[in-house]
Design a protein around this ligand. Structure first.
Ligand SMILES: N[C@@H](CCC(=O)N[C@@H](CS)C(=O)NCC(=O)O)C(=O)O
Length: 211
């Protein structure tokens, strides 16, 4: 039985896992879950992931990895080369720290801004089986948080070649997806922040970034 990757090409979270799988060269089959038509909320996919989100990676032994955190931890342990989560104790710590920060301050800020304002997300301000109403103030706060995040990331990339240090890592993958995802709130950091533009152009050289 092959490893199966449950994906949706337009969505940012599965893109993170897609890039990771490509960087590590992990063979897998792809099943598209159509988020546009709500397939993630139907009984078939809910049986696979009760949280009703992608990405999911179904391993050969039947284990379901139902988020990026689990997929990255498994991939790094099962396919250690190339290492994307650090080799030394300090590298591992820096990458974990930057990855969490990009998720919390970057990714979630965009999601907060988008899901609390888009008409199509009415009643769906959070992912998952429970419906939550939009809170317009959270959309506003998300935009402000993302602006502060981008200034911080640009300053960081002014002092460091990659997000978490000298080497390419999982933190760069998360940051690329967050920076690109900002288009949904009509923000283009590569046009306003020179260090992000330099780093994003370098990232574009990696074939994985096109998947
Ligand atoms: N923490 C999860 C988040 C996954 C997530 O939010 N995925 C979104 C797509 S980007 C989703 O499945 N949304 C379904 C929905 O909106 O109902 C991860 O990174 O693995």
């Amino acid at each position: 039985m092959a490893i199966i990757f449950y994906d949706f090409p337009m969505a940012p979270s599965p893109r993170r896992a897609r890039i990771l799988l490509a960087e590590k060269g992990i063979p897998h089959e792809v099943v598209i879950v159509d988020l546009a038509s709500g397939e993630q909320r139907g009984p078939a996919f809910t049986a696979i992931n009760p949280r009703q989100t992608v990405p999911v990676l179904a391993l050969e032994d039947g284990t379901m990895l139902t988020d990026n955190a689990g997929i990255a931890a498994w991939a790094e342990a099962a396919f250690p080369n190339p290492s994307l989560m650090g080799s030394t104790p300090v590298e591992k710590a820096m990458i974990a720290s930057w990855n969490a920060r990009i998720e919390g301050e970057g990714f979630l800020a965009i999601a907060e801004a988008m899901r609390n304002s888009a008409p199509g997300m009415k009643g769906r301000a959070l992912t998952g089986p429970v419906d939550y109403e939009q809170i317009p103030e959270l959309a506003e706060r998300g935009r402000a948080r993302f602006a502060a995040f981008i200034d911080m990331l640009d300053a960081r990339l002014g002092e460091s070649r990659h997000v978490a240090g000298e080497h390419f890592s999982l933190a760069d993958i998360t940051a690329v997806v967050a920076v690109d995802f900002a288009r949904v709130i009509r923000v283009k950091p590569v046009e306003t922040h020179a260090n992000i533009a330099r780093w994003r152009a370098e990232m574009a050289q990696r074939p994985s970034m096109a998947v």
